[in-house]
Design a binder for this molecule. Structure first.
Ligand SMILES: [Zn+2]
Length: 346
C-alpha cells in the first residue's frame, strides 16, 4: 500500500506538471483526486489493512493529497500567466514599454509676466485692481482728461459698442487699462497704490507689431508729496523685476493727456552691448509711458490736488513678454497655436 501511494505521488505530480492547458490540468486533477480518482480508489483499500498500519498510511495519503493540491495551484498560476502573456503578445502590447508622456499645460508668457509683476508690486504695497473690458466712454476718455474733441482720441482707434435701445449710451471696448485707475481712485480715494493689468482693444489692422487685442498694465500712486523720484524708483524696480538685472533708464518728454508732465521711459537694451535688431541699433528700448497725474484727473476722481499728488504709468505686458522671450510677431500671442505656446510650458 505504501509503495503504491509513493508510486501514485510520482505519477500524479508528473501528470499535473505536464498539463498544457487549464482544462487538461483540471482533467488530471479529477483523475487523481475526484470521487472516482486514483487516490480515492486506492484509499478504499485502507480498511483491509491491519489496524497498526492504518495511521501511517493515512498520514502518507494526506501528504500525497496536499502535494497534488499544491502542484495544481502552482501549475494553474503558471498557465494563467502564460495565457495572459500570449494574449498581450498577440495584441502587440508590450507592458515593459514606457508610457506616453503626459502633456502638461503651462502659463502663457503674458500670464507669466503678469504674475511676476503682481507679486513685485504687491511686495511694494500696491493692490491689484480689475475693471470691465466694456467701459464707459466717460471713464475711458473724459475722466482721463481726453474730452470728445481731443485729438488724442483719434490715436486710440476705438471699438465702439453699438447701443441698444434703453442701454447706457457711450460704451466702448476699453482702449487702455487707465480707466481702472479712475474707478479705483473714486472708490478707494487717496492715498492709493494700485496696478491694473488686463486686456485692451483697438481697431487696428493686424501685422507683426499690431493686434486688435493686447495686454497692458496700468499703475497709479496717489499720496502726499509723490513726485518724479518715487516714480523712477518704481519704474526701475519693475524693469529689474522683468529682465532680472538692473538696466540703465532715461526719460524723455512724452504726451499723455492724463499726466503732466508726461514721460516716455526707455531702458538700455538688455540683449546687446553695441546694438541689435531688438533695439534697432540704438541701445535703448521704449518701455513705459508715465508721468505725474494731471490735477484735473485727481479732481474728477474726487481727490484734492492741493493735498495729494501722484504718478501713473502704463506698460505693454504683451510687449514685455515679446522682449523677454524674443517673440517677433505679436499675433502669435493670442493666435492659440499649441506649438508656439508649448515652448513656454513648464
Ligand atoms: Zn540691443
Amino acid at each position: 500500500m505504501k509503495d503504491r501511494l509513493e508510486e501514485l505521488r510520482t505519477e500524479g505530480l508528473q501528470a499535473l506538471g505536464a498539463a498544457s492547458s487549464l482544462s487538461s490540468l483540471k482533467a488530471s486533477e479529477v483523475q487523481l483526486l475526484g470521487k472516482k480518482g486514483a487516490l480515492t480508489t486506492l484509499l478504499k483499500g485502507v480498511g483491509a489493512l491491519p489496524p497498526e498500519e492504518r495511521p501511517l498510511i493515512g498520514q502518507l495519503a494526506n501528504q500525497v493529497k496536499k502535494a497534488f493540491a499544491e502542484k495544481v495551484a502552482s501549475v494553474s498560476t503558471a498557465l494563467k500567466e502564460a495565457q495572459i502573456a500570449a494574449e498581450l503578445d498577440s495584441a502587440g502590447f508590450d507592458s515593459t514599454l514606457p508610457s506616453a508622456p503626459l502633456t502638461l499645460g503651462g502659463a502663457h508668457p503674458v500670464q507669466v509676466i503678469t504674475r511676476e509683476l503682481e507679486d513685485l508690486f504687491l511686495s511694494m504695497g500696491f493692490r491689484v485692481a480689475d475693471g470691465p473690458e466694456v467701459e464707459l466712454e466717460a471713464n475711458n476718455f473724459d475722466a482721463l482728461n481726453i474730452p470728445a474733441d481731443h485729438p488724442a482720441r483719434e490715436s486710440h482707434d476705438t471699438i465702439w459698442v453699438q447701443e441698444a435701445a434703453g442701454e447706457t449710451p457711450g460704451l466702448c471696448m476699453r482702449t487702455h487699462t487707465s480707466p481702472v485707475q479712475i474707478r479705483t481712485l473714486r472708490e478707494a480715494g487717496a492715498p492709493l497704490r494700485v496696478i491694473a493689468p488686463g486686456r485692451v482693444f483697438r481697431q487696428e489692422t493686424q501685422d507683426a507689431t499690431h493686434d486688435h487685442t493686447f495686454h497692458q498694465m496700468e499703475g497709479l500712486v496717489v499720496d502726499r508729496g509723490v513726485g518724479v523720484p518715487q516714480m523712477l524708483h518704481a519704474m526701475n524696480a519693475m524693469i529689474e523685476g522683468v529682465f532680472g538685472k538692473h538696466l540703465k533708464t532715461r526719460i524723455r518728454p512724452g504726451y499723455f493727456p492724463f499726466v503732466e508732465p508726461g514721460f516716455e521711459l526707455d531702458a538700455q537694451c538688455p540683449f546687446c552691448e553695441a546694438g541689435c535688431s531688438v533695439c534697432k541699433g540704438s541701445r535703448w528700448i521704449e518701455l513705459i509711458g508715465c508721468g505725474l497725474v494731471h490735477p484735473k484727473v485727481l479732481k474728477k476722481s474726487g481727490v484734492d490736488p492741493d493735498i495729494y499728488s501722484g504718478f501713473a504709468f502704463g506698460v505693454g505686458l504683451s510687449r514685455l513678454a515679446m522682449l523677454r522671450y524674443g517673440i517677433r510677431d505679436v499675433r502669435w500671442m493670442l493666435g492659440g497655436s499649441i506649438s508656439f505656446l508649448s515652448q513656454f510650458s513648464e
